[in-house]
Design a protein around this ligand. Structure first.
Ligand code: NAP
Ligand code: G4F
Length: 322
């Protein structure tokens, strides 16, 4: 069989780096789209940089998306690029809409006009469930986003469904619940906590300022979740799937597990700071991944505790290396 080509937007992000590794292991030609920056930002992909092809493009720029699809003729496109941090979506709502919502249409338009047999994956999010209308959340749960990011992802989700139904594209939306790893951005709560725990343990920091400790999330490991993205594009028909662990934990439990792991008590270090509260909160997320289990044969392998321990260990190693 001839080698398949996959285009990944957002290859420099957490998921992009794990997906690129996975697709290389499956013998794909991997093309990664990156936006132009004044300094190169390839930390997460430096170990595979010589195995992937990097091309410049931007979700804001229709012609760059058209040029890339025309030149590389991808068999599969994974649209992972987005402004993905919820608090920034409150301070930059228009930009978030341009990247995270309209960016999806730009790439779908490129596929529709230039290579309509391309299989397309859209990185949808459990943030779309927001003020949840059902527990646990599944593919049919009504959406009620609570942030400009969540609203933008609802647009991206429905435009993906719409292009599948209108133009018969093989277009899937993966509704992924929170997934983390040592490569997670430092502003997200898991990595913020594990990095601070490692610093406190090493005597480099004393206090950790946090927001709402009662929020609950369904946290899994990013390495497990990128496998599901690929599986969605290997089926007979395109469809949408919830990817989650089916367990929920509070931010407080995250603190307990991370601090306890290094023999510390979070209450001695955590200070509540209103600055980290959001104008509207998503209180509870817990996904039902049974459709993905049944139809894709997907299941998560890393537990919540293993994930937190893995992240603390990685932060301790990095900080000790200096
Ligand atoms: P991430 O680490 O924030 O990575 C986002 C990527 O998008 C980066 O490579 C970034 O490039 C790129 N990007 C941002 N704006 C762009 C633009 N205008 N043009 C081109 N590229 C742009 O996010 P992630 O955690 O890997 O998540 C991947 C996707 O899944 C995102 O769409 C996210 O919203 C979605 N998602 C994530 C989760 C989760 O828990 N991680 C859950 C559900 C859905 P730079 O390196 O240049 O910034
Ligand atoms: O780690 P977070 O910033 O992730 P959030 O908002 O759930 O979004 C992430 O997951 C989504 C999937 O559901 C993705 F689509 C999205 O791109 C992103 O990857 O915050 C998790 C929870 C929130 O309830 C927040 O209020 O932690 C709470 N929290 C409490 N203190 C904090 C903090 N969050 C952050 N970032 N920093 C804090 O100090």
């Amino acid at each position: 069989m001839s080698q398949k080509t996959a285009l990944i937007t957002g290859i420099t992000g957490q998921d992009g780096s794990y997906l690129a590794e996975f697709l290389l292991s499956m013998n794909y030609r991997v093309v990664g789209m990156v936006r132009r920056t004044s300094t190169i930002n390839f930390d997460r992909i430096k170990h595979i940089q010589d195995q992937v092809e990097i091309v410049q493009g931007d979700l804001l720029d229709q012609s760059s998306m058209m040029d890339i699809v025309r030149e590389y003729r991808p068999d599969e496109v994974y649209n992972l690029a987005a402004q993905s941090f919820v608090p920034t979506s409150f301070s930059q709502p228009v930009l978030t809409g341009e990247f995270t919502a309209l960016g999806v249409t730009r790439i779908l338009e490129a596929i529709r006009h230039l290579k309509p047999d391309t299989r397309f994956y859209q990185a949808s999010s459990s943030e779309m469930f927001g003020k949840v209308q059902e527990v646990p959340q599944r593919e049919s749960t009504p959406l009620y986003p609570r942030s400009p990011y969540g609203v933008a992802k609802v647009y991206g989700h429905w435009i993906t469904v719409n292009y599948r139904e209108s133009y018969d594209l093989y277009a899937c939306s993966g509704i992924l619940f929170n997934h983390e790893s040592p490569r997670r951005g430092l502003e997200f709560v898991t990595h913020k906590v594990t990095h601070a725990v490692a610093k406190i343990k090493l005597g480099m920091q004393k206090e950790l300022r946090m927001g709402n400790l009662d929020a609950r999330r369904d946290w899994g490991f990013a390495g497990d979740y990128v496998r599901a993205m690929w599986m969605m594009l290997q089926q007979d028909h395109a469809d949408d799937y919830v990817i989650a662990t089916g367990e929920t934990h509070s931010v407080r439990e995250l603190l307990e597990v991370a601090f306890n792991y290094v023999g510390l008590n979070y209450q001695d270090h955590v200070v509540i700071d209103q600055k980290f509260y959001r104008p509207a909160e998503v209180d509870l997320l817990i996904g039902d991944p049974s459709k993905a289990g049944r139809e894709l044969g997907w299941e998560p392998k890393v537990s919540f505790k293993q994930l937190v321990h893995m992240m603390v260990d990685a932060d301790l190693t990095d900080l000790q290396r200096g």
